[in-house]
Design a protein around this ligand. Structure first.
Ligand SMILES: Nc1ncnc2c1ncn2[C@@H]1O[C@H](COP(=O)(O)OP(=O)(O)OP(=O)(O)O)[C@@H](O)[C@H]1O
Ligand SMILES: [Mg+2]
Length: 428
């Protein structure tokens, strides 16, 4: 503006200053795409390195006990070398376009000199004007060049943004869509269900099953038989690749996942606790539960006594003590959480494996109590947990081989369940 007022008869000065923006863009523009790509690659491998450390750390016992220290070390070295290499390329690129940027800046100054010096010589400006103009030009063109320079820097950050959007764009479950499942009143039905995992591994075939509310149903069988896979179909953690799973006659394919999972409580085979207080951990699936309700659930799960014995009781933060709790104690907290959810279908995947007989008996009683108006699905190895189930499904190689009550299955002369049970009895 000032330049325009004083040197209105030399608009080319402003024009020249403005020109340094396109000049800059021409020089650093081609680098912008490269900068984005490099930065993306560099960030991705940085993340891979971090994930690598995290994985090694959280499995540190397994790593140490399996003699994997050296291998983990190598894995880490490789990942960080890769990350460093990419970072170096990125830095080199940055240096290069910074140099090109300075070159562009110099070039616009040369242009200015040539034009204005010409005007001084032909007498439009005095020599004094030149220095004033030169100063203004310098300030203006520095600003414009700076604007040109923002572009690659922006691209660098676009790379960061893309990684964020990449996560956000991962296919999400259509949780809200589909038919709202009404309050479950009858039960689960599976017809000719088969399941092949995406990696091509066949987990289940030809499953026909009927599980009604008010019953306890047990899945039994050797490891890898498909018990967990079968149970995962009820809350639609996995979808069958053949056949249909229906609840109260509604195909789960058409049901809104939210309305389904609201009514199904799943206690996982591997206990998952959060670094929060025990209270909040139990309350996780049912945020409205009062402390009395939490305590009642904990008592049923056999967790109350050891929780009460902790210095901070239910306020104990698991972030700092998970390693001080035994597997069985963690499992009991997870069971309490499952019970507290008060869902129509309660699924427990090997809940009693780390419980002592007394706690187990107590829990089994509680499950029978809970089953009065619910469906309880229990996966277990221990006979004492399953013997009283209303129906036992014996699985092997992804198929239901036998089904019935404990007595019925024990009566089969050469039955698989009978053999399995006698092995158990022998071991116990
Ligand atoms: N996410 C998965 N991807 C591919 N294959 C899987 C996956 N989960 C399980 N499997 C395979 O499916 C089969 C059944 O596994 P599943 O976990 O259902 O067995 P399980 O009866 O629960 O065993 P366990 O008693 O050891 O818990 C196994 O052969 C297993 O390797
Ligand atoms: Mg399992």
């Amino acid at each position: 503006m000032m330049m325009y007022t004083y040197f209105g008869d030399a608009p080319e000065v402003i024009l020249l200053a403005a020109l340094s923006l396109p000049i800059m863009l021409i020089f650093v523009g081609p680098f912008a795409r490269m900068a984005r790509r490099r930065s993306q690659a560099s960030r991705a491998s940085g993340a891979a390195t971090t994930a690598n450390i995290e994985e090694g750390m959280s499995n540190v016992l397994a790593v140490q006990s399996l003699g994997g220290n050296e291998r983990e070390g190598q894995r880490f070295r490789k990942a960080s070398e890769e990350s460093f290499r990419r970072f170096r390329i990125e830095s080199l690129l940055k240096l290069t376009y910074q140099q090109f940027g300075s070159l562009a800046f110099l070039l616009s100054q040369v242009l200015f000199f040539v034009v204005i010096a010409g005007r001084v010589i032909d007498g439009t400006f005095t020599a004094g004007d030149y220095f004033v103009l030169n100063y203004y030009f310098f300030v203006l063109s520095a600003t414009f060049s700076g604007m040109g320079f923002i572009y690659p820097v922006l691209q660098d950050n676009v790379a960061g943004l893309r990684r964020v959007f990449f996560l956000m764009d991962l296919p999400s479950e259509k949780t809200g869509e589909g038919i709202e499942l009404p309050r479950i009143s009858r039960g689960v039905e599976m017809r000719n269900v088969g399941l092949t995992y995406p990696d091509g591994r066949r987990a289940l075939s030809d499953i026909n099953l009927d599980a009604r509310l008010g019953k306890i149903v047990a899945f039994v069988g050797p490891t890898g038989a498909g018990k967990t896979s079968l149970a995962y179909m009820v809350p639609a953690f996995v979808q069958p690749t053949e056949g249909t799973v229906t609840i109260d006659g509604v195909d789960l394919k058409d049901v809104s996942v939210d309305s389904l999972r609201d009514q199904v409580s799943y206690v996982f085979q591997e206990t998952q606790l959060f670094s929060d207080s025990i209270l909040e951990n139990i309350r996780y699936g049912n945020a409205d539960a009062t402390e009395e309700e939490v305590e009642r659930a904990a008592r049923v799960a056999g967790a109350h006594d050891f929780i009460a014995a902790l210095p901070d009781g239910y306020r104990t933060n698991l972030g700092t003590v998970t390693s001080k709790l035994s597997v069985g104690q963690k499992q009991r907290i997870a069971i309490a959480r499952g019970l507290l959810r008060d869902a129509r279908i309660l699924i427990l995947d090997e809940p009693t494996s780390a419980l002592d007989p007394e706690t187990e008996a107590y829990l089994v009683d509680a499950l029978h109590e809970a089953a009065k108006d619910r469906l309880v699905i229990i996966i277990a190895h221990r006979l004492s947990t399953i013997a009283n189930a209303d129906r036992i499904y014996f699985l092997e190689d992804g198929q239901i081989r036998e089904q019935g009550t404990h007595e019925e299955l024990m009566a089969v002369p050469d039955g698989r369940y009978r053999r399995y049970a006698s092995l158990q009895a022998g071991a116990g």
